[in-house]
Design a protein around this ligand. Structure first.
Ligand code: ZN
Length: 91
């Protein structure tokens, strides 16, 4: 038996599971957003399927930078801008 790691939730007749909002928040899942579910023989996984870039608002895979979620193209732009800036300052 695995050590009990989480909280107990009761599954409703219709399959409804109430997940505490702070757990959703930790996982980056916002109310009314879509999640991806997958399961194996003893686990059910819930993963956010909607991640939005804080800069361009694109629904895509994002990287956490500080407390922001930033997509790859925006991250590349920022990195490049930072490099150009430091090059200018070095001259
Ligand atoms: Zn972006």
């Amino acid at each position: 038996m695995n050590r009990f790691l989480g909280i107990l939730a009761v599954v409703g007749e219709d399959g409804t599971i109430k997940v505490p909002l702070d757990m959703l928040q930790t996982a980056g899942i916002k109310p009314n957003s879509k999640v991806e579910l997958f399961s194996d023989t003893s686990n059910l996984f819930v993963r956010t399927a909607e991640k939005f870039c804080d800069i361009c608002r694109t629904n895509t895979n994002t990287t956490s930078v500080g407390n922001q979620e930033i997509c790859k193209p925006c991250l590349d732009r920022i990195t490049q801008a930072a490099q150009e800036k430091s090059q200018t300052e070095a001259e």
